[in-house]
Design a protein around this ligand. Structure first.
Ligand code: PSV
Ligand code: MN
Length: 385
């Protein structure tokens, strides 16, 4: 049990800067009070999530949403707040030029523009000390015949190779797949197999990121996790939930059992721990609920699933599996899943000098009242800023 406690104390979950800004659906973006006006304020909010959970020290940035004049200054600001810059997320999906795609666009000039943005993101990694570039492409086509599927793969490979070559020592990129949306006929990186094949060709600095919302209903995500880990190609997660499509709701909300099964495969495959190279990132938006508590709750959901995964009795499971004891093996897993780990996690937090109840502690802290009063005027951050 002391091993499990130590492992839980070492967990690191990265929160996304965009979770703190306004968001919504394609129907409506709802403004909330106290929302950050710039990346500096987003980092201040993220630092609150870390202060109350003790396990969220990294913050992902999204460029251009988090563009600033001086990235070194932004990184210093993060350090002053007790957090640091995590993954740099590129954005080649919000410009009119990308109507027919970014790096797979038939127009060479648009491809060049998209690649320049990706290279700019690598420069921002250098300036902020970030070790991870996250690449997601909205590229695809809507109609059969619209463009050549094979040529688009060639263009994708060419861009990925150029980005790969620009990575420095200790830097990597994570390629994100998504089965549909915004393209509805062909998506150029629709699944883990496509992402894996491109990464495999490039080398060790290219890995796959699994966004838990990016699969068809019924997909066995833990199998994908087990496979990629086994091949050394699992770079990390974009955690969120998926009720119907890619809704970016809170991780563990739709299916905490699936989250447990994923975390079990992570632990089983050696993907848990500071040296594993597997980044636990949240990719969420809080459209109707308050944002900082939404992130705290999400971090706790991942932490609870992790604690349950760590509780699986590996010896008993292996013995049952070797004996062909189907029900026994299943029972070992379910015993861990059905354990209430909240008291254990409360104790772990107290050992770390934290309040055992992060949600209540944040609510009592007065932080929200402070930002609500202070952040008046200016332009609230959102998907476009
Ligand atoms: C795409 O749906 C995605 O999951 C990518 O990670 C983007 O960068 C992110 O959403 C933007 O919220
Ligand atoms: Mn994502």
């Amino acid at each position: 049990m002391s091993d499990i406690r130590a492992a839980l104390r070492r967990q690191s979950i990265e929160t996304p800067s965009w979770a703190y800004g306004n968001s919504g659906t394609r129907f409506k973006v709802f403004a909330q009070e106290g929302v950050p006006r710039d990346p500096y304020e987003k980092l201040a909010d993220a630092a609150q999530v870390h202060a109350f959970t003790g396990i969220a020290p990294r913050v992902s940035l999204h460029i251009p949403w988090d563009r600033v004049d001086d990235y070194g200054d932004l990184a210093r600001h993060a350090a002053d707040l007790g957090v640091r810059i995590g993954a740099i997320n590129s954005n080649v999906f919000q410009d009119d030029d990308y109507r027919l795609g970014s790096v797979t666009n038939p127009d060479q000039a648009v491809r060049r523009k998209a690649l320049d943005h990706l290279l700019e993101c690598v420069d921002i990694m250098d300036l902020t000390g970030s070790d991870t570039l996250k690449l997601w492409f909205s590229d695809g086509t809507n109609y059969p015949g619209q463009d050549d599927i094979r040529a688009r793969q060639d263009r994708l490979a060419e861009a990925l190779s150029a980005v790969y070559d620009s990575l420095g020592e200790g830097q990597r990129f994570l390629l994100e797949y998504k089965f549909f949306e915004p393209a509805f006929y062909v998506t150029d990186v629709p699944d883990w197999g496509t992402a894996y094949a491109h990464c495999l060709r490039l080398g060790p600095k290219a890995q796959v990121v699994v966004d838990t919302g990016h699969h068809a209903p019924g997909t066995n995500i833990e199998f994908i996790v087990a496979f990629l880990l086994r091949e050394g190609k699992l770079g990390g997660f974009d955690f969120n939930s998926r009720f119907y499509a890619d809704d970016d709701l809170m991780v563990g909300a739709a299916d905490p059992f699936q989250l447990f099964r994923i975390m079990y495969e992570v632990v089983r495959g050696g993907g848990y721990g500071p040296d594993s190279g597997v980044a636990f990132m949240l990719d969420q938006c809080h459209n109707i609920e308050p944002k900082i508590p939404g992130q705290i709750r999400s971090v706790m959901n991942v932490q609870e699933a992790t604690a349950k995964a760590l509780l699986v009795d590996g010896g008993a499971l292996a013995a049952a599996q070797a004996a062909g004891d189907v029900l026994g093996a299943n029972a070992v897993l379910m015993d861990a899943y059905n354990t209430d780990v909240r008291p254990l996690l409360a104790e772990v937090r107290e050992e770390q000098g934290l309040d055992p109840d992060p949600m209540a502690a944040y609510a009592r802290s007065g932080y929200f009242e402070k930002i609500r009063a202070e952040r008046v005027g200016g332009r609230q951050a959102g998907w476009d800023a």
